[in-house]
Design a protein around this ligand. Structure first.
Ligand code: ADP
Length: 754
């Protein structure tokens, strides 16, 4: 068997590599530098840990946080790998001892903080030892264009230069824009690196934005409804952290808090309590999280909107690292924008930056804040919005976010949009959204009088609408690229070229609103979906077994002084229930059970399974094959067993009403089809499903090109009416997408007739 597969099974208990892992590992093993850009939870660690165990010599892993190192080393030791960390949490004598053992070849993997690299003692050690590879984790910290620039990361380069033999260099990060990517490769001096950007999609995460003034009430209710689960609540300020945590504790919730105003000891204790599930709910500022590898975080709630989508995706991504379903909910209020703007303006610039750079960084921050704000307002698919921002193509609808689950009513606001455009032009594009909405609504406030806008023809031209409603339309126009806002803090509205189509009557502007009755019905929807998580896969007996195994895990964790998830992840426990193994060979098939773990804990878990099943083969999951159930556990495709709706199909009569058009994108096609079905009895069809069918027919496909996933149409597909066309993302970049011409629309409609 290939060595890397042997290592993967023996130490980590997995049988297959995930997307991108194998290619990166092969490159490192062949001596080539790599840069891996993969979202949180994608499995970056295994990418360097597997080659580290195969290369002759030591792998040094540079990591920014002490907590991260400790966690990783604990997990590796549990898996039977000799690893250590060297950082300021150790005493001088402990460090010397660790270096002595390292020099004697005791460890295959050593985690170090970047500051450590410049110490004389460490460099001496590294020069004499055989350093096979240097891995830079959280590599975006090397770039001042990233969101977590750490000057100490620049020391890595000097360290490499100081070695007698250059090791293979591998760098990993979860978020990197083009600029950051270039910085990493350039500053670290990567040699002809193999660069891999895997898909950013985290399928097991459910995304939602809740616009609510009752944030406290929402959080209290949500946490009460998820008492068995671990979650993180992010707040923008320390004050909010204190008050939310206090309220939760007053309700009897075991919550911990974390922010920079607490002492080092307090923070350490909070973090440990959270990791060990002593206090499974953490309320924190964004100071908390980088390097927290807790795999069973089932929800991340943002009490305030973060400053950028980069931050949001990274923080939200701390949910569901084990691949099980988890929820990411953002509580939005317009006030968050003002708080964030204040935080951006009071940010200390890097003292080494030039004036120009400081200005550029500030503009970039403003731009990021705006994009974040649009995320909170979009009525389109939330996952699609995120993926597009990171330069990926989605399928239009993910069917696993709040917006895809909602039903909207569309209102045609083209006339109002024309008046907005006229107003902006009349005021010579000198105002932002507040003043513009004030003019159109005919507001009489003194500031407007001062500006002399009462004379405008457009003054009061939308007086039948409230300012709030006008702002909603302006925001929709911003999202659609009909308008743009300047990048400075004034965010002045500018009319874009595309607006010409609206003025000429060639383009309509539609505003989507959640159907009122639907909104009422969905109260607590997110929690309902959360409740479905495990019961999606396990039946009631399975759940009982799960609870027993969980209790055993807690018991072992206490005995060993380890976080429970390091013993076995939730996902492994679910798979244990699905497979209900009776002996070693069956247990070794369970996801996440490697040889070492089996030797340590296998017998006790087997005994617990046998005690519960009494040796009888029964089914502890819904569905037909264990394979499917286990796949559900990884969050790939979860269907609620309680829903009795039939799969999507149309009757001939329904299909006859299909509104054929010259061309549709797949998401539009799906939307039109769904509009024809009987919503009470029939599930929706997603754009992804239609695309899958096209793939199955070999009409279209997907391929990774230059590290980016691209869709393509085959010869056969073109003949059937599929074509590749250009689209423009919200960021203005052009990308290709598949259009369905009328003949292709007819083919799809024919396919779905029952
Ligand atoms: P990242 O560092 O990219 O955020 P991690 O390295 O922490 O992600 O991995 C996330 C989870 O995925 C871990 O629980 C890890 O054990 C698991 N994992 C990684 N690779 C695989 C694989 N090939 N098969 C199954 N699980 C995997």
């Amino acid at each position: 068997m290939d060595d890397k597969y042997r290592i993967l099974g023996k130490y980590f208990g997995y049988s297959d590599f995930r997307e991108g892992q194998e290619a990166l590992i092969d490159s490192m093993l062949s001596g080539r530098d790599v840069l891996g850009i993969m979202p949180t939870g994608a499995g970056k660690s295994i990418c360097y840990q597997v080659p580290a165990l195969l290369l002759s010599g030591i792998t040094l892993v540079v990591s920014p946080l002490i907590s991260l190192m400790k966690d990783q080393v604990q997990a590796l030791n549990q898996a039977g790998v000799h690893a250590a960390y060297i950082n300021s949490s150790l005493s001088e004598s402990q460090i010397s001892k660790a270096l002595r053992l390292a020099a004697a070849g005791q460890y295959k993997i050593i985690y170090v903080a970047p500051e450590r690299l410049e110490t004389y003692e460490f460099l001496q050690f590294a020069r004499q030892a055989e350093i096979a590879m240097l891995t830079v984790d959280e590599a975006h910290c090397i770039s001042q264009w990233g969101q977590d620039f750490r000057p100490s990361y620049l020391k890595i380069v000097q360290f490499i230069r100081g070695l007698y033999r250059r090791p293979v260099i591998s760098a990993f990060t979860a978020t990197a824009t083009e600029k950051v990517k270039e910085d990493i490769a350039c500053v670290l001096g990567l040699c002809d690196p193999y660069v891999l950007v895997t898909g950013f999609d985290r399928k097991n995460l459910f995304f939602a934005v809740e616009t609510t003034r009752q944030k406290d009430g929402y959080v209290m209710q949500y946490v009460q409804e998820h008492k068995q689960e671990s979650g993180i609540i992010y707040c923008a300020t320390r004050k909010n952290v204190d008050s939310v945590c206090e309220k939760l504790c007053a309700q009897g919730i075991a919550a911990a808090k974390y922010h920079a105003g607490l002492s080092g000891d307090e923070r350490r204790r909070s973090q440990e309590d959270f990791i060990y599930d002593v206090r499974p709910v953490m309320v924190a500022t964004n100071a908390f999280g980088m390097g927290i590898d807790k795999s069973n975080v089932r929800y991340v709630i943002h009490y305030n909107m973060p400053q950028s989508l980069e931050n949001y995706y990274q923080e939200a991504g701390r949910a569901g690292r084990d691949g099980e379903r988890a929820e990411c909910i953002l509580l939005y209020s317009a006030q968050d924008v003002a708080v964030n703007r204040f935080l951006i303006e009071s940010k200390e610039p890097n003292p080494d930056s030039t004036w120009d750079e400081i200005e550029q960084i500030r503009e970039r921050d403003e731009e990021r804040l705006r994009t974040m704000n649009y995320y909170c307002m979009t009525t389109g698919c939330l996952r699609e919005y995120i993926l597009r921002y990171f330069g990926e193509m989605g399928t239009g609808r993910c069917e696993n976010c709040q917006n895809c689950a909602r039903e909207y009513e569309e209102t045609d606001v083209t006339q109002a949009a024309m008046k907005i455009i006229a107003c902006i032009l009349e005021s010579r594009q000198r105002y932002g959204i507040n003043v513009t909405a004030g003019i159109l609504a005919g507001d009489g406030r003194a500031k407007l009088r001062e500006y002399g806008v009462f004379e405008y023809a457009s003054y009061g031209s939308l007086k039948e609408l409230r300012e709030m409603e006008i702002k909603e339309i302006i925001n929709q126009m911003l999202v659609e690229g009909l308008l743009a806002a300047t990048k400075d803090k004034y965010a002045l509205l500018k009319v874009q070229q595309a607006a010409g189509d609206v003025v000429d009557g060639r383009r309509r502007v539609l505003l989507k609103k959640v159907k009122e009755d639907h909104r009422k019905a969905e109260t607590g929807r997110a929690s309902a979906s959360a409740k479905m998580r495990r019961s999606d896969i396990l039946n009631s007996k399975g759940l009982e077994l799960f609870e027993r195994l969980r209790a055993l895990r807690t018991e072992i964790a206490k005995e060993e002084g380890l976080p429970p998830y390091i013993i076995f992840s939730d996902k492994t426990l679910v798979d244990l229930c699905v497979k209900a193994p009776f002996d070693k060979s069956e247990m070794m098939q369970v996801n996440g059970v490697g040889e070492h773990k089996y030797n340590r804990y296998g017998q006790r878990f087997l005994a617990a399974v046998l005690d519960y099943t009494k040796g009888a083969r029964e089914k502890y999951y819904f569905g037909d094959a264990p394979q499917a159930a286990a796949q559900g556990a990884s969050g790939q495709e979860m269907k609620a067993p309680c829903k009795k709706k039939a799969d999507f199909s149309l009757t001939k009569e329904q299909a006859a009403a299909f509104p054929y058009a010259e061309k549709y994108l797949v998401a539009e096609l799906a939307e039109k089809l769904n509009g024809l079905r009987d919503a009470d009895t029939t599930k929706k069809i997603s754009g992804a499903e239609i695309f899958r069918r096209m793939q199955a027919l070999e009409y279209a496909g997907e391929a990774v090109q230059d590290g980016i996933r691209r869709k393509y149409v085959t010869e056969k597909g073109r003949a059937a009416g599929l074509l590749i066309g250009m689209r423009r993302s919200k960021k203005g970049t052009e990308y290709e997408d598949i259009y369905y011409k009328e003949e292709a629309q007819r083919m799809v409609v024919a396919m779905v007739i029952a």
